[in-house]
Design a protein around this ligand. Sequence first.
Ligand code: SAM
Length: 319
Amino acid sequence: MAVPPAVVVAGGAEFGGVWARLRYAVWLVEDAAELNRARWDELASLHGQDDYYDVEGFLAGQLMLARRERDETAAAVGSVAGLDLLHLQCHFGLGTLSWARLGARVTGLDFSPIAVERARSLAATAGIDAQFVQADAQRLPAPLAGSFDVVFASYGVLCWIADVHAWMAAAGAALRPGGVLVLVDGHPLTQMIDTVEPVRFDFPYQGGGAHRIRSTRSYASSATRLTATQTVQYPHGLGEIVTAAASAGLRVDALTEHLDADGPQGRGDQMRRGHDGRWRLILAGQPVPVEFSLRATRTTAAGPHETVSPADVPSRTSG
Ligand SMILES: C[S@@+](CC[C@H](N)C(=O)[O-])C[C@H]1O[C@@H](n2cnc3c(N)ncnc32)[C@H](O)[C@@H]1O
């Protein structure tokens, strides 16, 4: 990952005055969201023509959920059958629709209109009842508030999020009291690593600052050359993530750091597959954490920082 830290959100004194700095910061945030949406629109239109996203296998009846995604959710709620599940940053819906196959009433949410359109079309083709909503995960539509037993998000989630407090507040606000957030994501330590031999870092561990990244490849296919080559990503350390969950009124039930993964998650050049079939990233002879999972419960009737916007929720797609 090449990460020239070219975007600095805190505007410098050279712009003069609080208002100028504020305008500069707002412009950067909007610019970042546009760059990221363009990238994800392009990826959403391409993904599924690769080995990573097995659409054919899904349409043949397979579940597209990693073992860890299912284990963590089972540890939180047991079976999802009959539960209302909100899948944040659902991409084009393979995971969301797999939860529906396991009996959940599902809503998938993504900020990419192409991803949402493809997810709806996939639901119709597969004959699965599901709702898909286009929205920013940091500002959920008001009708979603207090509606879910499970809020789920996985693999490639928080690095796209500028405001991790807003994300946690939105996730917490979507839960009913007693509902559970299940988050499985890349470990912030691994995200720092540019090369393993020699060990070189090119991304901070934490701090949430915006960092412009240029790349032409999709994690799902090294053969693909993308036209939307710039993105802006944000480092959030584990301490910041847990603190954001607590600030959102969530009770953290478990935070687990994992030394292995189901697959290389786009880091096939850095990770090694062991005899047990698990993938690890070895630095100086020791495996480092490659993923983390967080389970947290909404204990109160209302979160202290509910983050919702009044946009309407589209109707459910029936297959
Ligand atoms: C790496 S993908 C998630 C992967 C998913 N678990 C899968 O394997 O299909 C990240 C998703 O986050 C979405 N996304 C990024 N920033 C977002 C935001 N601020 N609000 C909502 N969705 C966002 C992207 O459109 C993309 O679909």
